[in-house]
Write a protein that binds this ligand. Structure first.
Ligand code: SF4
Ligand code: SF4
Length: 149
């Protein structure tokens, strides 16, 4: 089983911010707008992730037991961009920090039946529930909102 399906930690650890166009159907956006909130002049955030104790509104999980993203096919790009550690042959600090926060062991190469080389463009072995984290590897939840642009 894909490790993310029994985890979900990162969906409760980071602010999930992304460009507003990802929720704009006229521009090809597919993220459900009603599950987002305005982060600043250029970005939206998944509801629940811009909080002192983040938890994405789209997450259906008991962390460490089972996890699924209820909007997996239309999740934000940042959720697709953050891999689980060693899924593609390299560690993921965001994954490691999220799992450690729940006392879960960090993933290693041994958790993957086939480890791909870094930079490989091969398709993932499975679809993770990996959040983006606003391209910010600080796992601390925001203590105050950023200023709008
Ligand atoms: S990317 Fe890492 S922290 Fe996130 S759900 Fe998968 S295993 Fe858990
Ligand atoms: S993958 Fe992204 S959209 Fe889905 S539950 Fe996790 S943070 Fe939310």
């Amino acid at each position: 089983m894909h490790p993310c399906l029994t985890c979900g930690a990162c969906c409760t650890m980071y602010r999930v911010g992304f460009h507003w166009s990802e929720a704009e159907p006229e521009l090809g956006g597919v993220v459900p707008r009603e599950l987002t909130e305005v982060l600043d002049g250029h970005r939206l955030a998944m509801k629940g992730t811009w909080a002192k104790t983040p938890r994405c509104i789209a997450l259906d999980a008991e962390i460490g037991t089972y996890s699924r993203c209820s909007i997996h096919p239309v999740r934000p790009s940042v959720c697709r961009d953050v891999p689980a550690s060693w899924e593609h042959g390299a560690p993921s600090p965001q994954c490691d920090k999220a799992r450690a926060a729940y006392g879960l062991p960090v993933l290693t190469a041994a958790d993957w039946p086939v480890v791909q080389a870094p930079g490989s463009d091969a398709a993932p072995a499975n679809e993770p529930v990996a959040p983006e984290l606003d391209h910010d590897d600080d796992p601390s939840p925001p203590t105050r909102p950023p200023l709008a642009a």
